[in-house]
Design a protein around this ligand. Sequence first.
Ligand SMILES: C[S@@+](CC[C@H](N)C(=O)[O-])C[C@H]1O[C@@H](n2cnc3c(N)ncnc32)[C@H](O)[C@@H]1O
Length: 271
Amino acid sequence: MELPNGGVTKPESQSKERLAIFELAHMISVPMSLVAIIKLKVPQTIWQEGSNTPLSASEIITRVHPHGSADPHNLQRMLRLLTSFNIFVEHLNPNGERKYTLTDIGKTLVDDDEGLSYAYYMLQHHEDALINTWPFVAEAVEDPTTVPFKKANGDGAMSYYSKRPNMINLFGKAMRSVSVPFMREMLENYDGFNGVESLVDVGGNYGDCLEMIMQRYPNIRKGINFDLPHVVAHAPPLPGSLVPISFLVMDMASSIFKSDWGVCVLVMAFG
Ligand SMILES: C[S@@+](CC[C@H](N)C(=O)[O-])C[C@H]1O[C@@H](n2cnc3c(N)ncnc32)[C@H](O)[C@@H]1O
């Protein structure tokens, strides 16, 4: 471009900006690789009940697919990618061999003593029905009359799940894996349930959070967990629970709780 004084500027390089978009364009490789290594049982293979032993891609393959023709090179590419996102630590041996252990973030993908881990949340959020929904997001702007999930799958999310027990089970496990540690920490720092006598958890899934609150606050004599029929029907008995929780079927979309926000996670207390 010619300047008024006759000088010439160089075109802006924009190389950093282009690189930023390039990274965004490939961002999908991160969650999809994470889902792949969970499906391949890589985190628990490395963790080995606490030893967190450095393993190469070939050693992992030997453990998870002892008789197969699985490809360690493809696994190593995912391990390296996820190392750069702080899931694994890479240990480079003098002979050039790369081995991997889990970081603290990676460890959240391994079942804890209660059988909970964030792996279930990752898997649930990347089930085919949800992945197939994303291409309809632009239409949510152009034509918001039908939600993207329904456009992609022909049914609303909750109704779709209710007909698929495997999805309900994974959903329940994913919710539990996220909510139980969250509630444990919340109860360490929040004392707002003092003086509450009965408590309603709206959309409380299997009732874990309600149970945890009631165990901490014996002043709550009555707990009510509202959720959809198929969730209440599948709610497992709360292990060792001594607190009185009633499970009630409710569809907040067609009741007094109807709101523009649809589903939200909330706990309502009636003193
Ligand atoms: C994001 S999950 C949260 C579960 C639980 N509160 C927790 O923190 O683990 C939302 C919950 O709302 C329930 N839900 C969704 N739509 C509902 C509706 N229309 N009426 C009642 N519950 C509903 C789901 O079944 C699910 O258990």
